[in-house]
Design a binder for this molecule. Structure first.
Ligand code: SF4
Length: 268
């Protein structure tokens, strides 16, 4: 049986240190399986991870496991987790509406402003909504959380969460990328945020842009952006903040994943 992205990921240190050139271990595992990336590019492999190298190389040489296949297998794992859940009981807590179609339960979830029908084994987009196969990974993670907490209405920093120290570096890299991309382009950032349904808020910061997004019903994100001030010698800065209830809906990895999805839409 083919080695999957999840199997490679399980054998990586999962510190998201970025030394392999990818922002996260998940991204690296995906590149290994879908693009034929060399597993040895992770310099921190030990034990089972190092042993896996030979099998991965053999699979790569045989041309097994490309993006579509590995994605399908990762999804399968998540959908197996979601399969026994009672959608009707979970709907309200997840900020979704419950429905059935020909006896098949589904949750109607607003994702980046589009109502998506999430069946246990199928994700259905409305006409015209942009579809990305990676969305399904994030959405089934969200459902698997079974979160029922109300949104706290209080913003917290990623690095204030338990066990976030190593992964926080990934977020810093993402923030830097966003800040560099929109340096001198505050108006453009505001315009794109607006297009994505971002809502300008005032959180008491002196940031040039303060926008709250609701990419998933119970997972609001706040973007703070300070443009460069060349004369003062200040570089541009960006920070992402999360609602204090976020860990009831997304794990640390999925939070980064959500930021990446949102940044792709902002920067495209
Ligand atoms: S180098 Fe770091 S980010 Fe890349 S796979 Fe290894 S542990 Fe993960």
């Amino acid at each position: 049986m083919a080695i999957t992205v999840m199997e490679v990921l399980k054998n990586l240190p999962r510190t998201n240190c970025g030394d392999c050139g990818q922002p996260t271990c998940l991204a690296f595992a995906t590149h290994v399986i879908k693009e034929g990336e060399d597993l040895d590019k992770c310099p921190h492999l030990t034990g089972a991870g190092a042993d896996l190298g030979q099998a991965v190389r053999a699979q790569q040489e045989a041309g097994v496991g490309r993006r579509r296949e590995s994605l399908a297998i990762s999804l399968e794992v998540l959908q197996e987790k979601v399969a026994p859940l009672d959608f009707a009981a979970l709907a309200q807590g997840l900020g979704a509406a419950y429905g059935e179609e020909a006896g098949r339960p589904y949750l109607l979830l607003t994702y980046f402003g589009h109502p998506l029908q999430v069946f246990k084994d199928e994700l259905r987009y409305p006409p015209g909504a942009p579809a990305d196969p990676w969305d399904a990974i994030l959405l089934y993670n969200y459902l698997a959380s079974q979160g029922q907490e109300p949104v706290a209405g209080r913003w917290i920093a990623y690095n204030s969460l338990p066990n976030s120290v190593s992964k926080a570096k990934t977020l810093v890299r993402l923030e830097q990328k966003l800040a560099d991309h929109f340096a001198g382009q505050t108006a453009q950032l505001k315009q794109r945020a607006d297009r994505l349904g971002g809502e300008t808020v005032a959180v008491g910061e002196d940031a040039d842009v303060q926008v709250a997004f609701l990419p998933l019903p119970k997972a609001p994100l706040l973007l703070l952006f300070w443009d460069a001030e060349v004369e003062e010698g200040f570089a541009p800065q960006a920070h992402w903040l999360f609602d204090a209830s976020v860990t009831h809906y997304l794990d640390l990895e999925a939070m980064l994943f959500l930021v990446e999805r949102l940044m792709e839409r902002l920067m495209e």
